[in-house]
Every structure is written in structure tokens, then in C-alpha cells.
Design a binder for this molecule. Structure first.
Ligand code: FES
Length: 116
């Protein structure tokens, strides 16, 4: 079982959701269960409004994180979430992307922190 901790800002209460690994749900689906600022979004990887920063509690897990898809990488770059250097490095394995689209990120058996 993994856990997802949503943190809206340093001053807000954290929301923790425990996720069964076989649930195959996205971060956006989990966020919609909470008072989280990701409700009015396309849900299809088109608008970029669901961009969140992710940190793994397990550093080794972070280094095995899959790389961004070309569409996700481009949308995050256009939204100003990736620098030029991060955009160029986003396809390199073992170079984890901290910004992700919540609608495209499928939660696995992992413990992560999610920042809006
Ligand atoms: Fe629009 Fe994720 S909800 S890109």
C-alpha cells in the first residue's frame, strides 16, 4: 500500500490518502476526493492546469521514476514548470521529473508528497 500526501501550501492542513497498489488511479482522481484546487481541469492531459510537484519519500524510488511522455513534457514546459535544461533532460532515465500532470500520473505502491 502506498500513500499520497497532498499539500496545498505550507500553511494548510495536509490530506493523506492511502492507496492500494491495484487501484490504478491517477493523482487527479484522488485530488477530486479532496478540497483540492484541481477540480476544474480537462482530465485528459490537454490544459496543464493539473500540474503538481511530486516528491518521493524513498529517494531510490525517485530515481527509477519513469520519464515524461513527449506530450506531458511539452505541456509542462509551456506552462513554465520546466526550465530549458529540465525540458532537455526530461527524457533521460534516472533523472526524475518533479513536475507532473496529475491527470497522467498513475499512483503505484509508493509514498509521495504532492504540492499544488
Ligand atoms: Fe488538463 Fe491534466 S487536467 S492537463
Amino acid at each position: 500500500m502506498g500513500s499520497v500526501t497532498f499539500i496545498a501550501s505550507p500553511f494548510d492542513v495536509e490530506h493523506v490518502i492511502y492507496v492500494e497498489s491495484q487501484r490504478h488511479t491517477t493523482l487527479l482522481s484522488l485530488a477530486r476526493e479532496l478540497p483540492w484546487p484541481a477540480h476544474k481541469t480537462c482530465g485528459q492531459g490537454l490544459c496543464g492546469a493539473c500540474a503538481v510537484k511530486i516528491m518521493f519519500r524513498d529517494r531510490e524510488r525517485a530515481m527509477t521514476q519513469v520519464t515524461l511522455s513527449p506530450d506531458e513534457k511539452t505541456l509542462l514546459y509551456r506552462a513554465g514548470k520546466l526550465t530549458d535544461a529540465e525540458y532537455r533532460a526530461a527524457h533521460i532515465p534516472a533523472h526524475p521529473a518533479f513536475w507532473r500532470l496529475a491527470c497522467q500520473y498513475v499512483v503505484e505502491d509508493e509514498d509521495i508528497l504532492v504540492f499544488a
